[in-house]
Write a protein that binds this ligand. Structure first.
Ligand code: TPP
Ligand code: SF4
Ligand code: MG
Length: 289
């Protein structure tokens, strides 16, 4: 029988077109990432009834609403906590979190660490545009040094977070990064993330063209995307080395592709095993106490 994956990809098959026109600014990188995500889902041939998207608040978080599947728009910073409950209650679902650098690393940073530590089978797509886009362009934990935002009118002096290093150190099953300039490779990376049986953290370098781009004089949206080219590290280089020669911290260049993999047991399976051992048949629920 003809499966969706055999048919050519038409993004409109996966969108709630009745909600269009969408609210993204022209040229916003988030739209490019959404297309790559839906393309990945198409190629993986995932049944829409087995798909759940969870998002917090932000322009990135708003994307879930446009997808024709089960979608949850939850409180700011909490999509990973919500997604964890959802995945434990409905383990047969493919649970995908779409979040932003503010949602995931600032208010939601603690949830990210523990989601990585638990290694529950969830895919987290973090769209990093270095700014709080939705609320008018405040600085975020990933704002580059010297960049202008509404909260850094003299230029940002804080070092930026490397979210991938954080996720890998906290134990995520798969960690990867891609830029919006590379749509086919982004799609392939997302496929790997969804297929990995554990927590996958994928950072997409996106562009807030309308606010961040304008404030920092970064040119048109096309120029912003093309400028990513010079920032991609072509081969594997130790991130620590790059940071040492660069500014206090912030690549100015990004390693892309799969950056870390950890094949330890997935949380839900580990939990089932643990329950069997902790409460063997015949011992009662209280262990005799
Ligand atoms: C508890 C709470 N605090 C603050 C806000 C305001 N708020 C909404 S979105 C957002 C930041 C979003 O930034 P990011 O996650 O990077 O998403 P982007 O818009 O850049 O895609 C903030 C601070 C909120 N909605 N709820
Ligand atoms: S404000 Fe920035 S992040 Fe939000 S839709 Fe516009 S360009 Fe995209
Ligand atoms: Mg952002």
């Amino acid at each position: 029988m003809d499966t969706p994956a055999d048919r050519s990809f038409d993004v409109e098959d996966y969108l709630r077109l009745d909600l269009f026109p969408h609210f993204l600014c022209p040229g916003c990188g988030h739209g490019i990432a959404l297309r790559a995500l839906l393309w990945a889902i198409h190629e993986l041939d995932i049944d829409k009834n087995r798909l759940a998207f969870v998002s917090g608040i932000g322009c990135s978080g708003r994307l879930s609403a446009y997808i024709d599947a089960d979608t949850f728009h939850v409180t700011h910073g909490r999509p990973l906590a919500f997604a964890s409950g959802l995945k434990l209650a409905r383990p047969e679902m493919n649970v995908i979190v779409i979040t932003g650098d503010g949602d995931c690393l600032a208010i939601g940073g603690n949830h990210l660490i523990h989601a990585c530590r638990r290694n529950l089978d969830i895919t987290c797509l973090m769209l990093n545009n270095e700014v709080y886009g939705m609320t008018g362009g405040q600085g975020s934990p990933t704002t580059s040094v010297n960049r202008y935002t509404t909260t850094t009118p003299l230029g940002n002096h804080e070092p930026a977070f490397d979210a991938c290093e954080l996720a890998a150190a906290a134990g995520a099953g798969l960690v990867g990064r891609e830029v919006t300039m590379q749509v086919p490779t982004m799609k392939d990376l997302i496929k790997q993330g969804i297929s990995h049986p554990g927590f996958s953290f994928i950072e997409i370098i996106s562009d807030c063209t309308e606010i961040y781009g304008r404030k920092n004089d970064l040119g048109s949206s096309a120029e912003m995307v093309l400028s990513q080219k010079k920032d991609i590290l072509p081969t594997y280089i130790d991130v620590a080395e790059v940071n040492a020669v660069d500014q206090p911290f912030r690549p100015g260049s990004w390693q892309t592709g799969v950056l870390a993999k950890n094949d330890r047991q997935e949380y839900y399976k580990a939990y089932l095993d643990y329950c069997k051992q902790a409460n063997p048949p015949g011992h009662g629920e209280t262990h005799g106490r």
